[in-house]
Design a protein around this ligand. Structure first.
Ligand SMILES: NC(=O)c1ccc[n+]([C@@H]2O[C@H](COP(=O)([O-])OP(=O)(O)OC[C@H]3O[C@@H](n4cnc5c(N)ncnc54)[C@H](OP(=O)(O)O)[C@@H]3O)[C@@H](O)[C@H]2O)c1
Length: 312
């Protein structure tokens, strides 16, 4: 079977023929993969920026953090899944981009009925991260949430989930992403390349209680000025949680975790029409390098990039 593997950090991943996995161990599912999602996190992995947190230092390793597929075998002790089920999963930060994979059943959830396999494959990481950030921040209905880096995969999912909680959103994103964010329902959308601080202060003169940071660095520092005393900030950027925060503001790191119940809640939102699943482009496994380049230089149209599997 094929697996897309990193041999050296900084080089294009390769499509390798490798032996298929064995039967599932206790608690695992054997999944025949139909499509996999490609995201900003994959660039960090391929380029070696996340080498310190990969489960093993060994190379080559199979890339990929999200997939959709069909269950082909069920390990001992697994409840709630059966052969033939259509699932989506985040097996971890790597390990998803292969024709067949073994995944802990507790990291799998039902694929949304209303979504294609490509759309479901592009859902777990952005959905789980946004979901867990909102759970952590718990912005009250009627309050305003600041999202820094709102135009990307996680940011757009967070905007939609915040709106579903009747929370107002101030979005900071790239200029080309502002209009789509306003169409999505953000109250204010500000370009991070311009004088965004003055625009934010005008949009929220009393500050905000909660902020979600997807960028870190200078942008997080500027955003912190807008957070009220005692406010709460969540960041997805490891290390950014160590940023010195003024005025009793807490900054917590979101380390995304895949659970059957969180994936189920996300699938419910998609089926209810409350979370969009737009796929911008689909490539075959063999064009993984082109797909990663498309992500690097993306044309800023909202939507996800997907690799379609042999079984898709
Ligand atoms: N900790 C976790 O568990 C976890 C989980 C998922 C993702 N992540 C990480 O979270 C980050 C966001 O993921 P994503 O998939 O949403 O990324 P993405 O699709 O690349 O989106 C990033 C967004 O931030 C904007 N941006 C870039 N530089 C900025 C700046 N200086 N100030 C404000 N906004 C800026 C981008 O605009 P442009 O288009 O103009 O560049 C874009 O809107 C990534 O670093 C990813 O690896 C972490």
């Amino acid at each position: 079977m094929r697996a897309i593997r990193v041999h050296e950090f900084g080089e294009d991943p390769q499509v390798d023929e490798i032996d298929p996995p064995n039967s599932p161990a206790r608690g695992e599912l054997l999944v025949e993969v139909t499509a996999v999602g490609v995201g900003a996190w994959d660039l960090h992995v391929a380029e070696g920026r996340l080498a310190g947190i990969l489960p093993s230092g060994d190379r080559p390793f199979t890339m990929g953090a999200e997939l959709c597929g069909r269950v082909r075998a069920v390990g001992v002790g697994v409840e709630g899944f059966a052969v033939g089920d259509r699932i989506m999963a985040n097996p971890g930060i790597i390990g998803a981009w292969a024709d067949r994979v073994l995944v802990r059943a507790s990291s799998c959830g039902r694929a949304p009925r209303s979504a294609s396999d490509a759309e479901a494959a592009a859902t777990p990481v952005r959905g789980l991260t946004a979901f867990q950030a909102l759970e952590r921040l718990h912005p009250p209905a009627g309050s305003t949430l600041l999202i820094i880096g709102a135009g990307g995969a996680v940011g757009r999912a967070a905007v939609e989930m915040a709106l579903g909680r009747r929370v107002h959103v101030i979005a900071v994103a790239g200029g080309e992403e502002l209009e789509p964010l306003l169409e999505l329902g953000a109250e204010v959308a500000v370009d991070y390349r311009t004088e965004w601080k003055s625009r934010l202060e005008a949009a929220a003169p009393d500050g905000v209680e909660t902020a979600l940071d997807l960028v870190g660095g200078e942008s997080l520092a500027l955003g912190l000025d807008l957070v009220r005393d005692g406010g709460r900030v969540a960041t997805t950027i490891s290390g950014a949680d160590a940023t010195e925060a003024p005025r009793d503001i807490s900054i917590g790191l979101i380390a995304m975790r895949s659970t059957t119940s969180a994936l189920g809640a996300i699938a419910d939102r998609i089926d209810a029409g409350d979370l969009s699943t737009r796929v911008l482009r689909t490539y075959p496994f063999e064009e993984v390098a082109v797909a990663l380049d498309a992500l690097r230089t993306r044309d800023r149209a909202p939507g996800q990039i997907v690799l379609s599997g042999r079984n898709g």
